[in-house]
Design a protein around this ligand. Structure first.
Ligand code: ZN
Length: 205
């Protein structure tokens, strides 16, 4: 190794150290920037949210019919049993209010492939978009995720094995069970009774 080359190497090693310390300093600066950014975020700029937004659930209104209006998730619909019996009939009542299960392969929604929204048959709250639907081969309409904040879950032990039951957050109507053997990106399979849903085609679908 000649002298010039060794010196160049020494110099670049020295530069490397300097660069290394520079990176540390910059990292500290960045930490402070992040803190201040976070404070700003609490000021309510939704575009800067650090929560990863799912392409599938963030814009469910784009799947709605023109001029459609929907109830808010926190506008609870609290009816007594007699009122539910009047409002829902047959399997819809049995599934939504008594946690029944419809017979596999009987739902016309299995063959629904248009763009649109799946809303609760009990109270019209949108629960899924057509972009969340997939063919699970189980005989029940299936979804990979839900519209955020519109569904609540609980454990049930009806088949002796614990399962996760889910229901509409507005009216409490039972929809189905969620399993962890679904396709990417979520790996979830929201297995829904078709009779507990109504389909509304999107504008132009
Ligand atoms: Zn509902």
């Amino acid at each position: 190794m000649n002298k010039l080359r060794r010196r160049l190497l020494q110099t670049s090693a020295g530069l490397g150290l300097l660069a290394g310390s520079g990176i540390l300093l910059r990292a500290q600066d960045r930490g402070q920037e992040n803190m201040s950014t976070e404070v700003n975020q609490h000021g309510g700029d939704p575009g800067m949210s650090q929560q990863p937004r799912s392409d599938q659930d963030s814009d469910w209104r784009e799947f709605a019919p023109a001029d459609a209006e929907f109830p808010a998730a926190d506008d609870k619909l609290d009816l007594d049993d007699a009122q539910w019996r009047e409002r829902l009939h047959g399997d819809a009542y049995r599934v939504l209010r008594k946690e029944g299960t419809e017979r596999a392969t009987t739902s016309p929604l299995l063959h629904e492939h248009r763009r649109g929204l799946f809303v609760c048959a009990g109270c019209d709250l949108p629960l899924f978009t057509s972009a969340m639907k997939f063919d699970s081969g189980t005989g029940w309409p299936s979804f990979t995720t839900t519209i955020a904040g519109h569904i609540d879950t609980k454990r049930d032990f009806k088949l002796f094995l614990p399962r996760t039951e889910y229901h509409c957050i507005r009216c409490g109507g039972h929809q189905g069970h969620v399993f962890d053997d679904g396709p990417p990106p979520t790996g979830q399979r929201w297995c829904n009774n078709g009779v507990a849903l109504k389909f509304l085609p999107a504008a132009g679908a």
